[in-house]
Design a protein around this ligand. Structure first.
Ligand SMILES: Nc1ncnc2c1ncn2[C@@H]1O[C@H](COP(=O)(O)OP(=O)(O)OP(=O)(O)O)[C@@H](O)[C@H]1O
Ligand SMILES: [Mg+2]
Length: 338
């Protein structure tokens, strides 16, 4: 660095209006929010507010803060960007992140399952290849000193993949899983995630980027087969995940053997036999869809969403609940603004 950094205290930019509760889970509440700047400047963001019991769990918070710092500089089209880690007046930690207008891959898959429809194969491979690109970027990310950070997502699953109305697939919740895994004993709300977890992670062994490749393969399998690659009630405390057979017979008969062999590389119980990198996996998927010339793009995904989820493209209706203002300047209370 050639000159000393200048520190400015932009206190008047820390007002957040929580405009809408998007979802509430066992760990956090996700809000759509508006970050205010000066002279009417507004930026739409998402806020993930950790529930009090997590914010008060020191072990969890130490890991959570460390992970949030690790992933804060990740900037990639296929990763939901984190803007800020903050603490609300009531003591709850929150993350401000990029707002993604669209739907989760989980809802996208459910939509098809409920209608007994299959997801068009090229679209599936395109979406998964984009997430592989995001992973390739994160896995090889280096800090400013050039040291690889060894970032592993650890919770790649359809609920953590969002598809924006522009057709862009984005992976979210980077780093959170590590804090969860290492701080708590299995609890109810973790059930379901085991479905996508690599065998080595389920066995509480050390994991590296190959665990994410396995989980991404599990997502790819589900999108193609319409069923998960493990029984819904699979339990790592009862079942040896490395030995649970993948129901290959659930794949439609017309699926190209070349794609099946790619899937087998993702889902190999032996991490060493999976792809050597997420980049290699992404290339293999891209080659598969683009080798014959023109293939699906984000425009293809958008056209598909417009057709099947038209409501996502309606002008957004007025708020149903009064917004909340979070004023970090005074660290006082959460005030109703509307
Ligand atoms: N950045 C975002 N922009 C818009 N919506 C989001 C964003 N992040 C999450 N959501 C919405 O909130 C929902 C819940 O996300 P959240 O990550 O809290 O729950 P989850 O992934 O189902 O479980 P977990 O608590 O284990 O992460 C998502 O399915 C999505 O609809
Ligand atoms: Mg999530």
């Amino acid at each position: 660095m050639t000159s000393d950094p200048i520190s400015l205290d932009f206190k008047d930019e820390s007002i957040l209006i929580l405009t809408r509760k998007i979802a509430e889970g066992g760990m956090s509440i996700v809000y759509e929010a508006c970050k205010l700047g000066v002279e009417g400047f507004e930026k739409r963001v998402a806020v993930k507010m950790l529930l009090r019991q997590w914010s008060e769990n020191d072990r969890f918070m130490n890991l959570f803060r460390a992970e949030a710092k690790l992933v804060s500089d990740l900037v990639h089209e296929n990763i939901v960007q984190i803007y800020q880690l903050g603490r609300a007046p009531n003591g709850a930690y929150y993350i401000i992140m990029e707002y993604v207008h669209g739907l989760s891959l989980n809802d996208f898959i459910l939509y098809h399952q409920q209608r007994c429809q299959s997801i068009p194969l090229p679209l599936t491979v395109h979406i998964v290849s984009r997430i592989a690109r995001g992973l390739a970027y994160a896995h090889t990310f280096k800090n400013r000193q050039g040291t690889p950070l060894g970032i592993v997502h650890r919770d790649v699953c359809p609920r953590n993949i969002l598809i924006a109305t522009e057709g862009i697939a984005k992976l979210t919740d980077f780093g959170i899983a590590k804090a969860v895994d290492l701080s708590i004993i299995k609890d109810d709300w973790l059930i379901g995630k085991d479905l996508y977890m690599s065998p080595e992670q389920a066995a509480c062994q050390p994991v590296n980027f190959r665990a994410d490749l396995y989980s991404l393969g599990a997502v790819l399998f589900e999108m193609i087969a319409g069923v998960t690659h493990r029984p819904l009630d699979a339990d790592p405390e009862r079942d040896n995940f490395a030995e649970l057979p993948v129901p290959w017979e659930a794949l439609p008969a017309e699926v190209d053997p070349a794609l099946v062999s790619l899937l087998k590389r993702f889902l190999d119980p032996d991490p060493a036999r999976r792809f050597d990198s997420a980049r290699e996996a992404a290339q293999a998927l891209e080659y598969y869809i683009y080798k014959d010339g023109y293939g699906p793009t984000i425009q293809t995904v958008e056209d598909y969403l417009r057709h099947h989820f038209p409501a996502l493209y309606f002008p957004e209706s007025s708020l149903t609940s009064p917004p909340l203002t979070l004023d970090a300047r005074t660290a006082a209370t959460v005030i109703h603004a509307g």
